[in-house]
Design a protein around this ligand. Structure first.
Ligand SMILES: [Zn+2]
Ligand SMILES: [Zn+2]
Length: 117
C-alpha cells in the first residue's frame, strides 16, 4: 500500500473520516474502537479498494453529556442536539436493531449513543 501524503491525511480528517484517503470512496468498514490509556484506535477497511489503515483517537476532555454519532455522515455531538423522536421511527427501525438516539441534525439519518455499541 502506498504512503499517504500529509495533505491526503488532512483531507481524510476534514471529511470526518468517512471517505477512503486512497480512492475517495465512502464504503468504509470501521472496526471497534479500542481504548488504550490516553489514546484509542480502530481499524478501517475500504470495501472498494481494500486499503486498510488505523484511525487514531485522542481524549480531548470530558463531557457530562453522552455523545451521539451519525453512521451516515459522521456527525458527532451531544445527545440533546439530535432530533427526538426520529421521523417515521416505526418504518425505519429494523426488528432487533439498536434503538437510535435520534435524528442527525446534519443529514437526518439515525444517530446512536456511543454507549449503546
Ligand atoms: Zn479505497
Ligand atoms: Zn448525519
Amino acid at each position: 500500500m502506498r504512503q499517504l501524503a500529509e495533505y491526503e491525511k488532512a483531507g481524510y480528517l476534514s471529511r470526518r473520516f468517512n471517505r477512503c484517503p486512497y480512492c475517495d470512496n465512502n464504503d468504509l468498514e470501521f472496526g471497534a474502537i479500542v481504548a488504550n490509556g490516553r489514546t484509542a484506535s480502530n481499524d478501517v477497511t475500504c470495501r472498494t479498494c481494500e486499503a486498510k489503515w488505523v484511525d487514531q483517537w485522542t481524549r480531548t476532555g470530558i463531557s457530562e453529556e453522552i455523545e451521539a454519532t451519525c453512521d451516515d455522515c459522521g456527525w458527532v455531538g451531544g445527545r440533546s442536539e439530535v432530533t427526538w423522536p426520529p421521523k417515521d421511527l416505526a418504518d425505519r427501525l429494523d426488528p432487533g436493531g439498536v434503538v437510535p438516539a435520534g435524528d442527525c441534525p446534519d443529514c437526518g439519518a439515525f444517530t446512536y449513543l456511543a454507549v449503546a455499541r
